[in-house]
Write a protein that binds this ligand. Structure first.
Ligand code: PLP
Length: 358
């Protein structure tokens, strides 16, 4: 299938094949990795290597912890304020769309939230410009959503927040391009778009932000619990971590973040130029300067026509092109593992569909 699902998303075919080969017996051990103790040498090697690969591929500088935790990015929406917010401080958020809104809602459970900038008035079709940001003096951190999966917008350039730690939800664009980690206090991402199957969440956090929280926080929700134990405080999601390991090795073989970025830009440009050259038949949802290279959102002249596009595309072997119900329209999610050949097939289909229905 040509898989354009938004998440869980396509995985590299060779990773799936390797996992199939290794699933029943891992490296002549007589058993599956999934059956092994997470305190044993074999699993620990896979676990530690996964952390090292995140460090290497993201260029994580010294002074940062890389944590492998559970609960998805949705749990990070709560863990960030629980761990970082102190009394008398405000948590500053940039409201860019559906996922930022969920993060904001969760932060409000734990303290004062300040909206540093918002594109709500523009239906979240754009990322606010850097000079729109208004960070209160008592901000504990500034949170942004690097890529809004549903609206199809992405920060082209991250703001400089000075001494206030910048926190980013990179769930839908982690490792799609090189990022200067030193500009962030904390980065988190659920794995199920660019890193592997669902089940593990990556947190990259500056060590000075890992400490005793000011509020009462359950043990499993404290960053220091996971930092002190090398993400082995309790039983880790070993299958998800093993798969992330294989996907990270695949990213490395593609030339790392810079290598996949070249391909990601080529894929995104193919679809956006098809939209822009369609004479208005396809209309991009996001403003041009805020377009995501991971989720391409677009509309047709009527909902009837959009339904037909989904139906005809499914008949032609395409999966996952229906837009999210909050935004409507169509969405092609083109994460790292979506091959160029699938995107070429999609733009051919789009061209043909415009010719026969225009
Ligand atoms: N943040 C973003 C940008 C997402 O795209 C998603 C999931 O699609 C989430 C957060 C929620 O992630 P999870 O399902 O891992 O909790």
């Amino acid at each position: 299938a040509y898989n354009f699902n938004a998440g869980p998303a396509a995985l590299p075919l060779e990773v799936l094949q390797q996992a199939q080969e290794q699933f029943v017996e891992f490296e002549n051990s007589g058993m599956s990795l999934m059956e092994m103790s997470h305190r044993g040498a074999i699993y620990e090697r896979v676990h530690n290597e996964t952390e090292q690969l995140v460090r290497e591929l993201m260029g994580v500088p010294d002074g940062y912890k890389v944590l492998l935790v559970q609960g998805g990015a949705s749990t990070q929406f709560a863990m960030v304020p629980m761990n970082l917010l102190k009394p008398d401080q405000a948590a500053a958020y940039v409201a860019t769309g559906s996922w930022a809104t969920k993060a904001i809602k969760e932060a409000k459970l734990f303290g004062e939230v300040a909206i540093a900038a918002s594109s709500e008035a523009d239906a979240y079709k754009r990322i606010p410009s850097l000079d729109e940001l208004n960070v209160p003096g008592n901000a504990a951190y500034v949170h942004l959503t690097s890529n809004e999966t549903i609206e199809g917008t992405q920060w082209a350039e991250y703001p400089d927040t000075g001494d206030v730690p910048l926190v980013a939800d990179m769930s839908s664009d982690i490792l799609c391009r090189p990022v200067d980690v030193s500009r962030f206090g904390l980065i988190y991402a659920g794995a199920q778009k660019n890193l592997g199957p669902s089940g593990v969440t990556i947190v990259v956090v500056r060590e000075d932000l890992v400490g005793a929280p000011s509020m009462t926080v359950p043990t499993m929700f404290r960053y220091d619990t996971h930092a002190k134990s090398g993400s082995l405080y309790n039983t880790p999601p070993s299958f998800a971590i093993y798969m992330a390991n294989r996907v990270l090795n695949w990213v490395k073989a593609q030339g790392g973040a810079a290598g996949v970025e070249r391909l990601n830009r080529e894929k995104a440009n193919l679809i956006y130029s098809t939209i822009d050259a369609s004479g208005g038949f396809y209309k991009g949802f996001a403003n041009a300067d805020s377009r995501s290279i991971m989720n391409v959102t677009f509309r047709l002249g009527s909902e009837e026509l959009e339904k037909k596009f989904v139906k005809d595309s499914e008949a032609a072997g395409f999966v996952g092109l229906k837009g999210h119900r909050d935004v409507g329209g169509l969405r092609a999610s083109i994460y790292n593992a979506v091959p160029l050949s699938s995107v070429k097939a999609l733009v051919d289909f789009m061209g043909e569909f415009a010719r026969t229905n225009g």
